[in-house]
Design a protein around this ligand. Structure first.
Ligand code: ADP
Length: 271
C-alpha cells in the first residue's frame, strides 16, 4: 500500500485570504496518479492500495486560526468555538469535494472519509480511529481520501487533526509500504528555504536531533508546519516505515515517486 499526502500548499493558494483551489496543480496531480496506476512499472500488488491524504491550505487555516481551534478556552466561549469548529469542518469538506471531484473526473475511484466523523483525539493525538472502513474500501479497490479536519478532543474539547498526523496513523496501523509526502519545497532544509536563499537541502533525516535546529527557523502554522511533518514521519521511521518528502509543484515528481523512481527530496529513515 502507498500513502500519498498532498499538501494544502499544493492544491490551494495557501496565502490567499479567500479559499482558493489551485486547479492546475490539482488536475496535474490527478493525471500523475492516474498515469502511475496504469503504468506497467508499478508492482501489481501495489496497484490495489493507494490512500490519499490532503491538507487544508487556504480552506481550513483561516477559520481554524480565527476561532483558535485547538487552544484552551474558558467554558463561556464554547458556543462560539462550536461555530468555529463547524465552519472549519465545512471549509475543509468543501476542499475535499473539489479534490474528490478531480480524482473521479480522472477515472480514479475516490471515496471521501471525513475524520471528524470517526476519529477523536486526546491532547491533540489520535486515540480512537476506526480503520476498518479504510481497509474495506481498499479491499474493494477504492482510493480512500482523508484530509485534515477539526475533531473532538478529550482534553481541549476540540482540536485540529492535521493531514500529517492522519497519514502517520494510517501508515502505522495499515503498515504502509511507501509514504510519499508532496509539499511546495524540495524537502527538509536546514532552515526555511522560502526565507533563506542559502538554505541547504537535507537529503536524509534520521533523528529528532536533525530537526531540533530547524525549530527556530520554521513557519509554524496551526498544525505545526515542516517540523510537525518531520516529527510524524520520524515516528514512522522508528517502526521501520520510511517516507519521503518531495516537491509536488514540479511536474512529474509525484508520478516518479509513486513509481518508486529516485527523485530529489528528503528521505526520513532510521539508521
Ligand atoms: P503543506 O501545506 O504542503 O503541508 P506547509 O506549508 O505546512 O506544507 O509546510 C511547508 C512549508 O514549510 C514550506 O513552504 C516552507 O516554507 C516551510 N518551512 C519552514 N521551515 C522549513 C525547513 N526547514 N525546510 C523546509 N521547509 C520549511
Amino acid at each position: 500500500m502507498i500513502i500519498l499526502k498532498i499538501g494544502g500548499s499544493i492544491i490551494t493558494e495557501k496565502n490567499s485570504k479567500e479559499p482558493k483551489v489551485d486547479y492546475d496543480n490539482l488536475n496535474r496531480i490527478c493525471e500523475e496518479i492516474k498515469e502511475s496506476f496504469s503504468s506497467k512499472n508499478i508492482n501489481a500488488d501495489l496497484m490495489d492500495g493507494l490512500v490519499i491524504v490532503h491538507g487544508a491550505g487556504s480552506f481550513g487555516h483561516p477559520p481554524a486560526k480565527e476561532y483558535k481551534i485547538g487552544q484552551p478556552f474558558p467554558n463561556e466561549e464554547f458556543p462560539e468555538k462550536r461555530i468555529g469548529f463547524s465552519k472549519t469542518q465545512l471549509a475543509v469538506k468543501q476542499l475535499n469535494t473539489y479534490v474528490c471531484n478531480a480524482l473521479i473526473d480522472h477515472g480514479l475511484p475516490a471515496v471521501s472519509m471525513q475524520a471528524s466523523s470517526f476519529v477523536t483525539t486526546t491532547d491533540k493525538r489520535i486515540y480512537d480511529f476506526d480503520l476498518d472502513f479504510i481497509k474495506n474500501y481498499l479491499k474493494n479497490g477504492f482510493i480512500p481520501v482523508l484530509y485534515g479536519d477539526p475533531v473532538l478532543d478529550e482534553k481541549y474539547r476540540m482540536a485540529i487533526l492535521s493531514g500529517d498526523q492522519i497519514l502517520q496513523y494510517v501508515a502505522r496501523f495499515l503498515v504502509s509500504d511507501r509514504v510519499v509526502l508532496g509539499t511546495d519545497v524540495d524537502g527538509v532544509y536546514d532552515k526555511n528555504p522560502k526565507k533563506h536563499n542559502d538554505a541547504k537541502l537535507i537529503e536524509e533525516v534520521n533523528s529528532i536531533e536533525d530537526i531540533i535546529k530547524m525549530e527556530s527557523t520554521t513557519n509554524i502554522d496551526v498544525t505545526g508546519g515542516m517540523v510537525g511533518k518531520v516529527k510524524e514521519l520520524l515516528s514512522l521511521a522508528e517502526i521501520g516505515v520510511d517516507s519521503e518528502i518531495i516537491n509536488a509543484n514540479h511536474p512529474g515528481v509525484i508520478a516518479a515517486a509513486l513509481q518508486n523512481k529516485k527523485v530529489k527530496g528528503t528521505k526520513i529513515t532510521k539508521i
